[in-house]
Design a protein around this ligand. Structure first.
Ligand code: NDP
Length: 240
């Protein structure tokens, strides 16, 4: 059997990133796991994996992690630029440090992840970039202002990148989930926004399991390289 190519996942220590790393590993791929909580990456004990403590804001550290994993398992054929935070809150009262953090991680972190692998994919004329946006990158919510901005950014860049990279046979897939059951709410510091979010979530019967997003990504990846799922938009059925 031919060895499967290396996939890289940022934000692999919990939630959607962890589930996606597990799905690809179960499908036989070597996986580069990146996040700040290295102990959680190592505790996953995935076979043929490289665990690296990476803050996606640090372009050099991220690129070095990719180089190390590639030296062991060959080129990264899929980068899941997934790491993100949701410092949701009333923008009129919010500490601008929360905006800075979201912009640095959700925007610059995604760009750093793409940058670490894009030129290699173009040279090989093969590869898949999976970029994490959100349903909040498609529609706005009043207490998500800067978060929405970061996710609209990902949509815009992904659409442009898709046009740029199509001639190189590199695929660009945007992920736009609604409410998924993860640790993302731990990052919401504004108690009113958090209470509203939880009430809304309860009213629609809760979020979806992260493994369903992961499995959709695996299915999209497994299509032939000349077939592209441009966007995966998955929400709870009752989410508006
Ligand atoms: P989690 O909080 O469970 O996971 C977030 C992941 O991002 C963690 O692994 C965390 O790892 C990592 N991360 C955060 N900041 C950094 C950083 N600076 N450097 C490296 N890794 C970082 O939430 P989700 O799984 O829900 O979030 C994943 C993505 O999905 C995010 O981009 C989020 O915006 C998006 N999303 C989530 C939705 C949901 O309802 N859950 C809906 C739509 C989009 P560590 O702290 O160890 O570094």
């Amino acid at each position: 059997m031919t060895a499967k190519p290396l996939v890289a996942v940022t934000g692999a220590s919990s939630g959607i990133g962890e589930a996606t790393a597990r799905s690809f590993s179960a499908a036989g791929h070597p996986v580069l796991l990146m996040a700040r909580r290295i102990e959680r990456l190592e505790a996953m004990r995935l076979p043929n994996s490289v665990c690296r403590q990476v803050d996606v804001r640090d372009r050099a550290v991220l690129a070095a992690a990719v180089r190390d994993a590639e030296a062991k398992f060959g080129p990264v054929d899929m980068m899941f630029a997934n790491a993100g935070v949701a410092r949701l809150g009333d923008i009129g009262k919010q500490d601008p440090a929360d905006w800075d953090e979201m912009i640095a991680i959700n925007i610059n972190g995604v760009m750093n992840s793409v940058h670490a692998v894009m030129s290699g994919m173009m040279e090989r004329r093969h590869g898949t970039l999976v970029m994490m946006s959100s349903i909040a990158g498609r529609k706005v919510y009043p207490d998500h202002t800067v978060y929405c901005g970061t996710k609209y950014f990902v949509h815009g860049v992904a659409e442009s990148l898709r046009e740029y990279l199509s001639g190189y046979d590199v695929r660009v897939i945007v992920i736009s989930p609604g409410i998924i059951e993860t640790e993302v709410l731990d990052g919401v510091r504004d108690p009113v926004t958090l209470a509203n979010y939880k009430a809304n979530k309860a009213a629609i019967g809760g979020g979806i399991g992260a493994e369903h997003v992961a499995n959709l990504i695996l299915d999209a990846y497994n299509l032939p390289q000349n077939a592209l799922v441009q966007e995966i938009c998955i929400t709870p059925t009752r989410q508006k």
